[in-house]
Design a protein around this ligand. Structure first.
Ligand code: ADP
Length: 622
């Protein structure tokens, strides 16, 4: 009996210990928030066995056994519940707690690979050395690329045992700096690889510290940047070549006026054999021919102005070639700025404009000569107008007086012929002188009030005798919309209409001539008047419409005597129309007649002048 109690007591104690042992497990899961390392199947299986035992003990009425296993179920169950919660509901376990990565494959990798294996396979070069520079370890790429047979072969080697002397000295120097300063350093390190190629590495090196924080070595990561650097160099070379062969003179100086570079052209003109020679020189060091200091001073002054004001300068600069020729340059100088927008230098571009300058001077001289020749011509024409017309008018008046006084019929007839010929000659003379004056630009463009209706009336009266002499009907129609006063050029309006009407009468043998005047269109500040001259004369072939406006061009020869003229009238009409922004159109049928239409813009008169007032301006100057 005693024996039975001892067994039951020990069994009860065993169950209690068993139940208590689950508590640290549950506590660990709760603290780490992870079920990593917990076999859920084992726990659930164990829980089921406990449940079956509890049921069996209940059936047997063994309550001691039942309570013991229930207690054990409680602690074992809490482990199972916590493990299930953190693994399946929170979805976390120890392996992915840090990475937050639920990818089972990666979790597997993390579980499988040791840190050493990971480093071994890392790309780039990873290495670490002790304070003496002895290599302690590295990844595979590192020992393989530098021609070592294994990691063991690599270990304990110094830089000079792996690299060339020069390379090793530099690399060791960087390490030493890291060790002495305790700071991270970046460096571009050149190394020769096992395959004989030269490589350039960008290295980042940091001090390696022990648990006490004491520096015990150097750890580094190096990336091969040979290819990238070669591409950069190729690009740089391309741009350098571009600048070297640029036309014109290109140069740049630093803030102190010291040259930092130039193109070939600039080097050549400065007497240097290579453009690289200019680097470090100042303007005063360049071998300019003469006036060295004066020139250098001037150039320096403008360069400094650009840098001080920070503004671009465009100016003409004088210089002297090595062979002594005086040269003129058109220079553009711009301030060079750094990333913080501070002016750090000046970039200049100068173009040799000596030849252009020379032709400019020649052009001005020629212009001056032409202007003085033109003045002489104007003077000559003015003199001619007076010198030819005055005596000629005298002869004409005298012949007219003699004709009036003569009683003998045959002599009277002869005198009449003299008068007619003299009149014709005077008219030609007037036309030629007038034409010369207009071609010469001697007629200023007027902008004055014109009593247009009065002017048209005067022109009509002037034309009537010639029309009647040829038994032609002369008609003038003025539209009622045409204003009494317009503002424009009186002389040109007069000359245009007289020329057109004279031609119409001259080239018409029977029928008549008509002048129609109307408003073509209204403008903001005035209107365009339309003058139409219609005749029933000989007509003009269509392909000659343009030709008749050329000077000296006539479709009928004047020596036949029927249509005298000099071919200047329409040319003058065209010129005058151009000068007042007018237009002309011709329509004609051979043998039936011609229609000349001209459009002339005028300004509207604000204050209506009285006809008398404006009439002063319309007096015909024939
Ligand atoms: P001109 O009348 O002195 O010959 P223009 O320059 O006025 O010179 O005219 C040039 C030519 O145009 C005239 O010689 C003539 O052949 C032709 N022409 C001009 N107006 C008319 C017209 N109304 N009818 C026919 N031909 C004309």
């Amino acid at each position: 009996m005693v024996y039975h109690h001892i067994i039951a007591f020990l069994f009860g104690m065993g169950l209690l210990v068993n139940a208590v042992l689950f508590i640290p497990q549950a506590w660990r899961i709760w603290r780490e928030k992870s079920a990593h390392g917990v076999s859920l199947v084992t726990f659930v299986g164990f829980l089921l066995i406990q449940l079956v035992t509890v049921l069996h003990a209940f059936g047997m009425g063994d309550y001691e056994l039942m309570y013991g296993f229930l207690l054990s179920m409680l602690t074992c169950g809490s482990v199972a519940v916590l493990a299930t919660y953190f693994r399946y509901i929170r979805g976390q376990d120890a392996a992915c707690e840090h990475s937050k990565n639920k990818d089972p494959e990666l979790t597997g990798i993390a579980n499988e690979l040791s840190l050493a294996a990971l480093i071994e396979q890392m790309p780039g070069h990873i290495y670490w050395k002790d304070k003496e520079g002895r290599r302690l370890g590295c990844n595979r790429e590192n020992w393989q690329q530098f021609g070592l047979s294994s990691l063991e072969d690599y270990k304990n080697k110094f830089d000079h045992e792996i690299f060339r002397e020069e390379e090793a000295r530099f690399i060791t120097g960087v390490d030493r700096e890291v060790l002495t300063t305790g700071e991270t350093r970046y460096a571009e390190e050149a190394s020769s690889l096992a395959n004989g190629e030269q490589a350039l590495f960008l290295s980042k090196k940091s001090p390696l510290r022990n648990k006490q924080g004491k520096i015990v070595g150097v750890a580094g990561v190096s990336l091969d940047i040979t290819e990238t650097r070669n591409e950069q160099i190729a690009k740089l070379k391309f741009f350098e070549n571009m600048i070297a062969y640029m036309p014109g003179h290109v140069y740049w100086v630093n803030r102190d006026g010291v040259y930092e570079g130039c193109n070939n052209e600039q080097a050549r003109s400065a007497g240097l054999s290579s453009r690289h020679e200019i680097v470090g020189m100042r303007n005063r060091d360049l071998p300019w021919k003469n006036n060295r200091s004066v020139l250098a001073e001037k150039l320096d002054r403008t360069n400094q102005e650009v840098m001080q004001t920070g503004r671009t300068l465009v100016l003409e600069e004088q210089s002297e070639a090595l062979d002594g020729r005086r040269l003129v340059y058109l220079s553009t100088k711009v301030p060079l700025r750094n990333g913080s927008n501070q002016v750090v230098g000046m970039l200049g571009y100068s173009l040799d404009i000596t030849e252009i300058k020379r032709s400019e001077i020649a052009y001005h001289e020629a212009k001056q000569q032409a202007e003085s020749a033109s003045h002489a011509k104007n003077d000559f024409l003015a003199n001619m107008r007076h010198d030819l017309r005055t005596p000629f008018s005298g002869i004409l008046s005298l012949a007219e007086i003699m004709q009036e006084q003569e009683t003998a019929a045959d002599k009277r007839e002869n005198l009449n012929l003299i008068v007619q010929s003299a009149k014709q000659l005077l008219s030609h003379l007037n036309e030629i002188l007038e034409f010369a004056k207009s071609e010469d630009g001697g007629l200023p463009i007027l902008d004055k009030p014109i009593a247009i209706k009065k002017l048209l009336e005067d022109i009509k009266n002037m034309m009537l005798p010639a029309a009647h002499a040829k038994k032609l009907v002369f008609k003038m129609t003025i539209d009622s919309a045409v204003p009494g006063i317009v503002i424009g050029d009186l002389i040109r309006t007069q000359r245009i209409l007289i020329n057109l009407l004279s031609n119409a009468i001259k080239f018409t043998q029977c029928g008549g001539v008509e002048l129609i005047v109307k408003v073509e269109k209204n403008l903001d500040s005035g209107f365009v008047l339309k003058f139409v001259v219609i005749d029933t004369g000989i007509g003009i072939p269509e392909d000659k419409y343009n030709l008749i406006f050329e000077r000296f061009n006539r479709l009928t020869s004047s020596y036949s005597g029927v249509y005298p003229g000099n071919g200047l009238g329409l040319r003058m009409v065209k010129r005058f129309l151009d000068e007042v922004n007018g237009q002309s159109m011709v329509r004609s049928r051979m043998g039936e007649g011609s229609t000349f239409t001209v459009l002339i813009p005028y300004r509207a008169s604000l204050a209506e002048l009285s006809q008398d007032q404006a009439a002063v301006d319309t007096s015909l100057s024939v």
